[in-house]
Design a protein. Structure first.
Length: 414
């Protein structure tokens, strides 16, 4: 690795970081350098979100400290037995890259993860050293997200939270059985113990907000990531697991990353990657729990009872509504917010607008149409002042009517 220059290291370690999806940069404390002091910002034009074609956020300088690792997790391209080109940054090189990229307006923050080198504690010390230098030596006020190591000393993880806006600890796989089989050197107990320590520190920060001298701790909270499709876990298993993590550790986000086959893969891994649409449906189900007031058991009910998998051709909200057609149609002028949120095609903003408007007048179907992208999808599930879906409500093949139509895209469309 000694013969690699900085550009070569960056090419290797930026590419190696692409498998980590949990790099969103929202929800942190507002800081800026408008007063002429420090460098960087997390507000206004500071954190600007750019998205790759697969939906992943690429607004941050997203790199690994090193892709060398003493662990041999079957699903990881950087595992000990993998035949990949290795590279390693020094903490000083990461600091220098971050500042240079920021000053050139390429990035607005840093997402830093790493393989395990020497030991978990040594690696965690190196990661913390980067954040500490940026904050204390260079007064960097931009966004920092650090991926922490579960079995590192809790004090090191705590130090990471003092310098970072967000910390994340990957649970890796949805089930303990899957983790034991594919990453035997990792412990589900250690991972959850580290997540609990971070939650406790965040709670202590919340309690201490009334004291100006109280140190901040990960103001953007903590997140985690699960690999989808590397083991036998069903969508129902993943939804249940995510709900438990949200409840126990107050996570800001659970990210889902579709397993991607890697060179020289272990024989215990599947030969094909799962459909990317599966990852998308899991994000949609996650959204239902976080913003649409669905209970985890309700979201899981949208999955097929035999396979435990969410349908790929329709979204989970529509799948749930079609499965429980006896709950519909609902009266848009009288239904509770909870039931309006369950109407396919109505978003949170549309529901809030309906609740505000109906205080003054009764809504007609045209009023609802102005609040949604497709009124065709909504009509079978609601009653309005001038609309009652008498024929649609009992239609046997309702799914074919409301499911998105497949269309052939043209490469050279005019």
């Amino acid at each position: 690795m000694a013969q690699l220059d900085l550009r070569a290291k960056l090419a290797i370690l930026a590419d190696a970081a692409k498998y980590d999806a949990s790099c969103a940069s929202s929800g942190t404390t507002k800081r800026n350098s408008a007063d002429g002091k420090g460098i960087g910002s997390t507000e206004g034009m500071g954190i600007c979100h750019a998205y790759a074609p697969d939906g992943r956020c690429i607004s941050l300088l997203k790199i690994l400290l090193t892709n060398s690792c003493i662990f041999d997790c079957h699903y990881c391209i950087n595992r000990k037995s993998s035949n990949v080109r290795r590279a390693r940054f020094t903490p000083e090189e990461v600091v220098d890259l971050t500042l240079r990229f920021y000053k050139r307006n390429y990035i607005e923050g840093l997402f830093l993860s790493s393989g395990i080198i020497r030991s978990s504690n040594y690696t965690m010390e190196q990661i913390v050293r980067v954040a500490q230098s940026l904050r204390e030596d260079h007064d960097f006020r931009g966004y920092i997200h650090l991926k922490t190591i579960p079995d590192a000393d809790p004090e090191l993880v705590h130090q990471a939270g003092l310098y970072a806006d967000r910390v994340s600890i990957n649970v890796e796989l949805p089930t303990v059985a899957g983790l034991t089989r594919l990453a035997p050197e990792k412990s589900a107990g250690q991972i959850e113990g580290a997540m609990q320590d971070v939650r406790t520190a965040i709670d202590d920060r919340e309690d201490a907000k009334r004291y100006r001298s109280a140190p901040g701790f990960a103001p953007a909270g903590q997140s985690t990531q699960m690999i989808v499709g590397a083991d036998a876990a069903t969508d129902g298993d993943i939804i249940t697991r995510a709900a438990g993590l949200y409840d126990r550790f107050k996570l800001r986000r659970v990210y889902y990353s579709a397993f991607s086959p890697i060179p020289d893969a272990s024989a215990v891994l599947p030969l094909q990657r799962p459909p990317l649409m599966r990852e998308h449906r899991l994000y949609q189900s996650d959204w239902l729990m976080r913003f649409y007031e669905y209970r985890p058991s309700e979201v899981a009910e949208a999955a097929d009872a035999d396979t435990g998998m969410l349908p790929l051709d329709i979204d989970p909200k529509l799948a749930w509504a079609l499965k429980f057609r006896d709950r519909f149609p609902v009266d848009v002028n009288r239904a509770s917010r909870e039931m309006l949120l369950r109407v396919p095609g109505l978003g949170v903003k549309a529901v809030d607008a309906i609740l505000a408007t109906r205080r003054w007048r009764r809504l007609r179907l045209a009023d609802v149409a102005r609040l949604t992208v497709s009124i065709v999808k909504v009509r079978p599930f609601l009653i309005a002042e001038d609309w009652r879906p008498v024929a649609l409500a009992d239609k046997v093949d309702l799914r074919s009517l409301v499911a998105p139509k497949r269309e052939q895209l043209e490469l050279f469309a005019a």
